[in-house]
Write a protein that binds this ligand. Sequence first.
Ligand SMILES: [Fe+2]
Ligand SMILES: [Fe+2]
Length: 214
Amino acid sequence: MYDRRGARVDGCMTNSSTPPEPAGGDAIDFLIGQHDMIRDLLAEVSESAGPVRQLAFERLVRLLAVHETAEEQLVHPLAQVSVDGSDDLLAQRLAEEREAKETLAELERMGPDAPEFEALFEQFRGKVLAHVHLEEVDEFTALRASVPAQQLRALVAMLKIAEAVAPTHPHPGVESAVANYVAGPVLSLFDRTTDFARKALVSQGSARVGGEER
Ligand SMILES: [Fe+2]
Ligand SMILES: [Fe+2]
């Protein structure tokens, strides 16, 4: 099965902690591509049974765990320092992520064959769908408007690294409160990555330094 950007969403997450990579140009494309995979897997778990449901659920757990970790480590802190007045929205997204991890851990403990799985999963599905929708319409839209295009492209590499080393099972309670975000390390890493990307572009003779693109 493929998502609407052409990325494989089946048969490619069994031996790796890194989820399949959506096609796309910048960090927002990357994250929205993963949201599409999350939506597909939520539907697949709902509509299947037995071993098919088990496999879809395992993929969903892994994808959600690494995706939310990368958002908490990189995307929300970037939104906090780049988007004026974002604290309240980010606090709501963090609270939703914590609740989702708690429920996901509970679903994982009971397993897809448990009689009570179905009802809890449907509640969980609705909340996750609302969460990813709000991220897209609020936070991601604001990031696109506030962060230079070159930096959003450079962020893809950082997201991939964060997801490659992220825990592949939910660990509720490790989210940073918005007020506790330490933006310095994130931004310095961001600067280094952007600088590296700029040098790479210069060496290819195609750099557009000076902020022409957003
Ligand atoms: Fe999230
Ligand atoms: Fe997300």
